[in-house]
Ligand binder design. Structure first.
Ligand code: CP
Length: 307
């Protein structure tokens, strides 16, 4: 089965296929020709950790393709709250659905889920691990708004330690000649495993605590300091306001840096940036439906009608 578990699974050829399939979906959508592509298919939407965009965009994607969904949200509404294991839960889901999308607070949980079942599993975020479909929609956004990431200078800002969207996107961008600039407090720097991987691929990267480093970048990928990932609340309180990107700060740069954010945001990205032309984060979230329609079709081996 074609599972989507971790950004490491994709080659550049796979990324080309996904980008092309998303463009195909966008063209079919313009022609109002998508409905029915996944008719008769059922997607299980399993969200054991809170979500707005990922769950709703996957569910919207399935509905727009004419498929159906079953869903469970939060541990309290599944029998996991009675002590049932994830393995047993997934065994049941396999009997009910053709594909399952899972978000879970434990790193590696979607890999366990994939090992338990005979249907495709899509990782919708596993703790501080990976969020590969977010990275794919981030990549699509960069390509759509600015072209391929080759030779582009891309800044990653905020919680690079626990940020699964960062972990997943960095890996995808290693397939391009991306120039990486990592901006974070030292305590929230990119994990050593990712730095080691970049070095082993011969990829040069810059690390700094200075937010102004985003001014000469083509893309700035801003992220939230995630309260829910800190074991010690005092650390969160100390680090939570490390950076604030506001309109005055963005205007101080002459470079038209594309501003991305996986959302949700807290204080790190001011609302006075929202109506600037380079503020692409709400468009980014909207493209998520198109990318996820393409991914559902690819995982379920559904043919898209010719254009
Ligand atoms: N970007 C993202 O994963 O958002 P949600 O947590 O709202 O799904």
């Amino acid at each position: 089965h074609t599972h989507i578990i971790d950004s490491h699974q994709f080659s550049r050829e796979d990324l080309n296929t996904i980008l092309a399939a998303t463009e195909h979906v966008v063209r079919l959508k313009e022609q109002n020709r998508l409905f029915g592509v996944l008719e008769g298919r059922l997607m299980a939407s399993l969200f054991f950790e809170s979500s707005t965009r990922t769950r709703l965009s996957f569910e919207a994607a399935m509905h727009r393709l004419g498929g159906r969904i079953i869903t469970t949200v939060g541990f309290q509404f599944s029998s996991i709250s009675k002590g049932e294991t994830l393995y047993d839960t997934m065994k049941m889901i396999e009997a009910y659905a053709d594909i399952a999308v899972i978000r879970h607070p434990v790193e590696g949980s979607s890999r366990i889920a994939a090992g338990a079942v005979n249907i495709p599993i899509i990782n919708a975020g596993d703790g501080a691990g990976q969020h590969p479909t977010q990275a794919l929609l981030d990549l699509y956004t960069i390509v759509r708004e600015r072209g391929l990431p080759d030779k582009k200078r891309i800044a990653f800002i905020g919680d690079l330690k626990f940020g699964r969207t960062i972990h997943s996107l960095v890996k995808l961008l290693t397939h391009y000649e991306t120039e990486f600039v990592f901006i974070s407090p030292v305590d929230l720097a990119l994990p050593e495993s990712y730095r080691k991987e970049l070095r082993s691929l011969g990829i040069h990267f810059e690390e700094t605590e200075d937010l102004k480093a985003m001014w000469d970048c083509d893309v700035a990928y801003i992220t939230r300091i995630q309260e829910e990932r800190f074991a010690d609340r005092a650390d969160y309180e100390r680090l939570k306001d490390s950076y604030v990107v506001n309109r005055a700060f963005v205007q101080a740069s002459r470079h038209p840096t594309l501003l991305l954010h996986p959302l949700p945001r807290v204080n790190e990205l001011s609302t006075d940036v929202d109506d600037m032309p380079n503020a692409a984060y709400f468009r980014q979230a909207a493209y998520g439906v198109d990318v996820r329609m393409a991914l559902l079709c690819l995982c379920l081996q559904a043919e898209l009608p010719d254009l």
